[in-house]
Design a protein around this ligand. Structure first.
Ligand code: SF4
Length: 721
């Protein structure tokens, strides 16, 4: 009798959903599906997966995929075409727009779903060879305020710590984070730490969430008062003698000014409590707990970032860690929990309109450095437009050519009605997508290019703890699908830049990206992975998860086997400002959320446990859809009664920007005067379209991140159809 054939070894790759960046072990099956398990060796999850990750094998079909290039001529419909015809059209029309209207008439809108290599090529083409810095990303909607906050405080966009700090902490403070839904595996690690060492979890969030339900202490502060609360904490720490004088003196600047400003808005715990709408005893207890606990991690997410004061909120949190020297040491530090799987990788290659590659900005020296490295003929020399302003410029006719890659702005941006109208005005609208139909594809792109999906992609992503992991392919590219970077390089070749875009693999792109990070970097820039710049193709394929920085002197063979890497930064200062000292931030006075006559409730938007973004993948799993099958709006039962809304009935939700119809949830966890609606539904999967139609385009003045948590709305009963 023949022995059974051995199972093939699993392909080790990375989950494509949230910024936890869990490792996944996949064994494909003969029917085009796959058996998916958590990768026990991956340091992000050690084998755990949440409901979304565990259902990945159920979402691999080709039924909804875009498999061939499509092109539209005149007012006609999209029709299948060849890659050559499609790419010739893109190159010709892009060149024509730039020739007629200048480089600033062209823009790219990218995605935290893209691999780092795809992101790198898009940025190189736009910023080095077309001369436009209008390159922004849907990551602008998720963590731009953390980027701006890091750069103000540290001089660089650096997350100081790592996930293991959550397990080493005695106190975890979660601010504006529903980690139980949005970073589930990380939240399980926090819960495990609590079970093992008694770690306390404090949740600071206006909304009663599933995370708050598990917390030891909950502070349901009034919307938008986070900076006041942490200013009050700074004052308390100073008055209680809990400062780290040595760290303050050696490694920081601006403490006295920041403390004076904090005293002006939050002079003591009682005043802080009043300003934040909290009980005085609760605030006093939180302050005392924070002060008395050495090992504290403060994690923050969209409730902090998606705010017109997001950058100041980040600054106020970071201030408290700098003041106590609780940064970069085991179990201590401020910790930005990024939303998307490669939000951080995009930042590394300059995927934001205000950045160049390798965490460089637009100073003349940095522009010149990147120009020389790329031998770039047409470097962008000034920052481009951030997402909300970019789409306003499209609507105003100032930007005439747009290439969107792997994102659905007609659902996810604020004021999606205006976004859809803007997209239809473009002279050239190129959409790289892996699905054939979504709300953005309905906005009449001239060219649609089929892009690889998870399971077919090959490259790297970076998670919230600076850990670079491989996304490996375990399925062949179907139809005429190509990797995301390929059409960019082909268009560059057609525009005369063949030598600079001559890669034939993701590994070659990664090596160039890594080499740029070390180019003229004598330790003055945080992002340095030059230790990975000489990886062979085989070593790139075998790359083990590694936390940057990985500088050249990190050791030969970096990336193969036991990799070097950097778990923590800043324990002994060494910030990336000119004098290597961190800066305390003085938050601007807190403005209340903007009200609007006739719109008495504040609408907060967010994610659900079992869906991802606009459901193009998670929507394929009936198991995931069963968690929350219909779009809804949650309001406090008192508001529901006052407005005549029945639990389970329908409500028309209206703002100054638009309206939609949602099922009513009367939920006592919802603060009175507020409403909550999930972000996932669109015209493609709900008749009344996305909640983004209602969301205001108000942004943080420094980060440009939209305030998606406080749009004034009105609710009224809607008759059943
Ligand atoms: Fe994927 Fe995030 Fe879930 Fe991990 S926690 S399995 S990265 S969705």
């Amino acid at each position: 009798m023949n022995a059974p054939l051995p199972s093939p070894p699993p392909v080790k790759t990375t989950c494509p959903y949230c910024g936890v960046g869990c490792g996944v072990a996949v064994v494909p099956d003969a029917a085009g599906g796959a058996h998916v398990e958590g990768d026990k060796a991956h340091p992000a999850n050690f084998g755990r997966l949440c409901s979304k990750g565990a259902a990945l094998g159920e979402t691999l079909g080709l039924e909804t995929r875009l498999l061939y290039p499509m092109m539209r001529t005149g007012d006609g419909p999209l029709a299948r075409t060849s890659w050559d015809v499609a790419l010739d059209r893109v190159a010709r029309d892009l060149a024509a727009v730039i020739d007629s209207h200048g480089p600033g008439s062209a823009a790219f809108y990218l995605s935290g779903q893209l691999l780092t290599e795809d992101y790198y090529v898009a940025n190189k083409l736009a910023k080095g060879f077309l001369g436009t810095a209008h390159v922004d990303t849907n990551s602008r909607l998720c963590m731009a305020s953390s980027v701006a906050g890091h750069k103000r405080a540290f001089g660089s966009d650096t997350v100081p710590g790592c996930y293991a700090d959550l397990e080493a902490a005695d106190l975890i403070v979660l601010v504006g984070s529903n980690a139980a839904f949005c970073h589930p595996v990380l939240f399980r690690r926090m819960e495990a730490a609590r079970a093992k060492r008694g770690t306390k979890i404090v949740v600071i969030d206006p909304r009663g969430t599933e995370t708050a339900a598990e917390a030891d202490m909950v502070l349901p502060l009034a919307h938008g008062t986070d900076a006041i609360l942490f200013s009050g904490l700074l004052v308390y720490l100073a008055d209680a003698g809990r400062l780290d004088a040595a760290f303050l003196g050696r490694h920081t600047q601006g403490f006295a000014e920041a403390l004076a400003a904090a005293r002006a808005i939050a002079p003591d715990a009682a005043a802080t409590a009043r300003a934040c709408g909290l009980g005085a005893a609760d605030v006093a207890a939180f302050f005392a707990l924070f002060a008395a606990t050495g090992k504290v991690v403060t994690g923050y997410s969209q409730g902090v970032n998606q705010s017109a004061q997001g950058t100041d909120k980040v600054g106020a949190i970071v201030n408290c860690h700098l003041a106590t020297g609780r940064i970069g040491r085991e179990g201590m530090g401020p910790f930005s929990l990024t939303g998307q799987p490669n939000a951080m990788g995009g930042r590394e290659v300059g995927g934001l309109a205000n950045q160049l590659a390798a965490h460089m900005g637009f100073s003349p020296a940095e522009v010149d450095r990147v120009r020389r490295f790329w031998s770039a003929p047409r470097m962008a020399e000034r920052e481009g437009l951030k997402a909300v302003d970019m789409f306003a410029a499209i609507g105003a006719g100032e930007i005439k050519a747009l290439w969107v890659m792997g994102t659905n702005p007609a659902v996810s941006l604020p004021q999606t009605g205006a976004v859809r109208a803007a997209l239809e005005k473009l002279d050239l609208f190129v959409l790289s997508e892996n699905v054939a139909a979504n709300d953005t594809a309905a906005c009449r792109p001239h060219v649609m290019l089929p892009a690889a999906a998870w399971g077919e992609k090959d490259g790297t992503v970076t998670n919230s703890e600076r850990r670079i992991s491989r996304q490996r392919a375990f399925l062949p590219l179907p139809g005429e699908v190509k990797h995301g970077w390929w059409p960019l390089a082909e268009v560059a070749r057609r525009l005369g830049f063949a030598d600079a875009f001559a890669w034939t693999s993701a590994a070659a792109i990664f090596r160039e990206h890594a080499a740029l990070s070390g180019f003229e970097n004598d330790g003055a820039r945080d992002f340095d992975i030059s230790g990975l710049a000489t990886l062979s193709d085989a070593a790139y394929d075998a790359l083990q998860p590694v936390q940057w920085p990985v500088p050249k002197d990190a050791g030969a063979g970096a990336g193969a086997g036991a990799t070097p890497g950097t778990a923590r930064l800043f324990a002994d200062g060494g910030f990336f400002t000119a004098d290597r000292r961190a800066r305390f931030i003085v938050p601007a006075p807190v403005a209340p959320p903007l009200g609007a006559e006739g719109f008495p409730l504040l609408l907060n938007t967010g994610r659900l446990r079992d869906q991802w973004h606009t459901m193009t993948r998670t929507g394929l799993s009936p198991r995931l859809a069963a968690h929350e099958p219909v779009p809804f709006v949650a309001v406090h039962p008192d508001d529901a009664a006052r407005l005549g809304l029945a639990h389970g009935g329908l409500a028309r939700v209206t703002s100054a920007q638009g309206a939609t119809v949602l099922e009513v949830r009367a939920d006592p966890r919802q603060p009175p005067g507020t409403a909550f609606a999930p972000i996932h539904w669109s015209f493609a999967n709900a008749s009344h379209g996305p909640i983004g139609q209602l969301v205001q385009a108000r942004t943080d003045p420094l980060s440009g991140q939209p305030d998606s948590k406080a749009t004034p709305v009105a609710l009224a009963p809607e008759p059943a159809p």
